[in-house]
Write a protein that binds this ligand. Structure first.
Ligand code: ADP
Length: 217
């Protein structure tokens, strides 16, 4: 088993590209944001604990997140693509310890780089499918649904994420800026690490990303 990691700010396209890569390569997807949002929408204990923190754009505590991720990994045998994890140095260190213990290898670590000015519009105009098994991602200008507020793929209603407001976005960027450099420093010397230009349209990003996952790492 191998772990690949997508790193990047909110709105950099991690979720969109992760979904595309899954359609092409045999990978399991682990998005902590999707798992948490699912817990919130189902009203589980975890969901009730994290609901306010998430809506404010703050980070959920490391202990909760690490436990959630390691529980998922225990039952996984295929290679895994992480999107939204790790997000702090503490999470990266805990993941490394877990991987060493379980003899799991690190594959690609892709830093999707997008200028910060471009991100707010991507996030504010983003709409997502409410069906957690689908989770398709739209943008009102760049990738609008064929029918307003309806998912092209599964016909479920679309929604505007509660943390995709200007205020929550600014908080998420603050959190990102406070945690990101140590995270990059942690991974930059890994053989699979790569800086990647995410400031292109989604198709071009996907085309350029694919070779990274076909090479052996
Ligand atoms: P984005 O990358 O667009 O900000 P995500 O879907 O990855 O969105 O995460 C949404 C929210 O879920 C975060 O703002 C945070 O509250 C919580 N979250 C997700 N992943 C983590 C994590 N690894 N550590 C802490 N909080 C997390």
């Amino acid at each position: 088993m191998k772990i690949h990691i997508l790193l990047g700010p909110p709105g950099s396209g991690k979720g969109t590209q992760a979904k595309r890569l899954l359609g092409k390569f045999r990978l399991a997807h682990l998005s902590t944001g999707d798992i948490l949002r699912d817990a919130v929408s189902k009203g589980t204990d975890l969901g009730l604990t994290v609901k306010t923190v998430m809506a404010e754009g703050k980070l959920v505590d490391d202990t909760t997140i690490n436990r959630l991720v390691f529980e998922r990994l225990e039952n996984e045998s295929s290679d895994v693509l992480f999107d939204g994890y790790p997000r702090t140095l503490q999470q990266a260190e805990a993941l490394q310890a877990f991987m060493t213990e379980k003899s799991v290898r690190l594959g690609r670590v892709v830093h999707i780089n997008v200028p910060h000015q471009a991100l707010e519009n991507r996030v504010i105009r983003r709409r997502v499918c409410t069906n957690s098994d689908c989770g398709a991602i739209y943008h009102l200008d760049n990738k609008p649904p064929k029918v307003s507020d309806v998912c092209d793929l599964c016909s479920s209603p679309l929604k505007h994420r509660s943390d995709d407001t200007s205020e929550a976005f600014r908080k998420r960027m603050e959190e990102f800026n406070a945690t990101f450099l140590p995270l990059v420093a942690f991974y930059i010397s890994s053989p699979g690490f790569v800086h990647f230009d995410g400031n292109q349209n989604s198709e071009d990003v996907f085309t350029a990303l694919q070779p990274l996952f076909t090479e052996t790492h």
